[in-house]
Structures are given as structure tokens and as C-alpha cells.
Design a protein around this ligand. Structure first.
Ligand code: SF4
Ligand code: SF4
Length: 289
């Protein structure tokens, strides 16, 4: 009996030793030696793991940067140009500056502008409400006001304004990670260039319905009249599906378009107030006898 036991122990031990040796050699053959630059790049990233760079986290981004043969097209919105410059120094690349962006809300359907017609009593998430109905104001494109975007922001850069019923973006805190853009089922939030002196001009509406229909639900809806398109000398405004869109790469911030909009759908951010037009004075006509 005892000799059977000893035999079993010897056989099992032998199997164990052989397996360990085989596994050791397999591990040696297939081991991946990580580039030490990955650690260096990772520690120079902000560690926010927000996904704003397009990768699952800072480690994945660091790996992609180290394995890339140039850094064009890579950008960490949280760290900005400074961090990308440091990464370039580690990896020995010249890194050009990228225009900083900020989130903007392309809907101005506040309680005042788009009065509520119904009351929603379901699960308080925009994703749920979006699949269910057009929204309390009746605008099928407008903000649902249930704050999915606010909850998605890990930088405390958004809050819901109780008075307007709309989310507010705190531009000093927004790092343009894009989490809110992805969270909004209505695709209302856009990342746009911050602009010189943080100045921006954009159409704050994404309603594609015909003008009269859009206006029924919201008095500041874009009605697709094209008045802004006509006045823009830089071809920065396009009109598609009853909706104007301002290309921030072409817009020179000349401010000609906003006053032309009959529904005030174009928003100008961080500009000084417009000068009141002086009342037309009668031209003096000198009569020379
Ligand atoms: S507001 Fe949006 S883009 Fe800006 S930090 Fe928050 S989630 Fe990111
Ligand atoms: S912007 Fe979008 S996610 Fe945010 S509250 Fe409005 S509908 Fe919801």
C-alpha cells in the first residue's frame, strides 16, 4: 500500500517538475520586453484616465505614443500642449501646438425659450427619455435636461441650471475630454476651438425640422432662413437640413452673422457688449450760394 503511495507521489512530482520546466521555456520564448519609455511617458501624463485622448487610459495612450513613428494626431486634452511637448522631448520628436477646445451646448431651449408642455415622470436619465419621447418642450432635438452629461464629467466642469433647465459648462474647468459629448443621446454638445481670448460664435441649435415646426416648440430655434450664410464673407456658414452650422476653422469671429439671425440662435461667447448704433443724424447739407 505504502509503495503505491510513494509511486503516486513520485509520478506527480515528476509531472509537476516537467510542466514547470516546459512553462519556463515557453515564458522565456514569448516574453515581451516592454520599452522603458512607456513608464517614462506614462508618469508625464496627467493620470486622469478619462479617455479624452481616444485610448482606454493613460497607460494605453503611453504605449501608443511610444510605438508611433510620429506624434501628429496624438493629443492629451487634459495635459494640453505642455504635456505633449514633454512627451515629445522624451521620445525625441518635435511636437506642434494644437488649438485648445472646450465643450459648448448647442441648444438654448431653456424653460423660457421652449416652454414645457408635458411632465416626464420616468427614470431620470437622458438616455432613457430620449428613447421614449421628444422631451418636455416637444422639440425632438432639444436638451432633455436630465443631466447625463453632468454626471459623465469627472472634472466638475458642468452643472444643471435650475432656472433654465439646461446644463452649464464651466469653461475654466472643462478640459475637452469629450465625456459629455459621448454621454448626450441628443448629440447636443460639441467640442469647439476655444478661440482667441476664449471667444466663440456658434449656432446654439441642432433642430433639423422646417422653420415653422421648429419655432412652434422653441422661440430661439434655427429656422434655416440662410440670413447668416448670406452675410458671412468667409464661407464659414453652411446650411443643411434647415440648420445653419458655423465652421470654427473658417470663422474669423467678425460677428456679422449674429445680429442677422431673426431668432437669436447664434451665440457669441466672451465678446464685449456690442456698441449701440448711434441714431442717424441728419446730414448737414451746405448750401453754397
Ligand atoms: S464639460 Fe465635457 S468635455 Fe469638459 S471636462 Fe466635462 S465632460 Fe469633459
Ligand atoms: S445636454 Fe444631453 S445629456 Fe446633457 S442634459 Fe441635455 S440631453 Fe441630457
Amino acid at each position: 500500500m505504502s509503495s503505491v503511495l510513494i509511486f503516486a507521489v513520485v509520478v506527480l512530482s515528476a509531472i509537476g517538475i516537467v510542466s514547470a520546466v516546459v512553462l519556463y521555456f515557453i515564458a522565456q520564448k514569448f516574453k515581451v520586453i516592454e520599452d522603458s519609455n512607456i513608464d517614462l511617458v506614462e508618469v508625464s501624463l496627467p493620470g486622469a484616465n478619462c479617455g479624452g485622448c481616444g485610448y482606454a487610459g493613460c497607460r494605453n495612450f503611453a504605449e501608443a505614443l511610444v510605438h508611433a513613428d510620429k506624434l501628429d494626431g496624438f493629443f492629451c486634452p487634459v495635459g494640453g500642449n505642455e504635456v505633449m511637448k514633454r512627451v515629445g522631448e522624451i521620445l525625441g520628436y518635435e511636437v506642434g501646438k494644437v488649438a485648445l477646445k472646450v465643450a459648448v451646448l448647442r441648444c438654448n431651449g431653456s424653460v423660457e425659450n421652449a416652454p414645457r408642455k408635458v411632465y416626464f415622470d420616468g427614470a431620470a436619465t437622458c438616455a432613457f427619455a430620449h428613447n421614449l419621447y421628444a422631451g418636455e418642450s416637444g422639440c425632438p432635438f432639444g436638451c432633455l435636461g436630465l443631466g447625463d452629461c453632468v454626471r459623465s464629467c469627472q472634472f466638475d466642469a458642468m452643472y444643471m441650471d435650475a432656472e433654465s433647465g439646461l446644463p452649464v459648462i464651466i469653461e475654466d474647468k472643462c478640459v475637452a475630454c469629450g465625456a459629455c459629448v459621448k454621454a448626450c443621446p441628443r448629440l447636443i454638445i460639441e467640442l469647439r476651438n476655444k478661440g482667441p481670448k476664449n471667444r466663440r460664435i456658434f449656432v446654439s441649435c441642432i433642430n433639423e425640422e422646417k422653420g415653422g415646426v421648429a419655432r412652434k416648440n422653441c422661440k430661439v430655434a434655427c429656422i434655416g432662413c440662410g440670413a447668416c450664410v448670406k452675410v458671412c464673407r468667409f464661407d464659414a456658414i453652411t446650411l443643411e437640413k434647415n440648420l445653419a452650422y458655423i465652421d470654427f476653422n473658417k470663422c474669423t469671429l467678425c460677428r456679422k452673422c449674429a445680429p442677422e439671425c431673426p431668432t437669436f440662435a447664434i451665440q457669441e461667447i466672451n465678446f464685449p457688449p456690442r456698441k449701440e448704433k448711434a441714431p442717424e443724424t441728419e446730414k448737414k447739407v451746405e448750401v453754397i450760394c
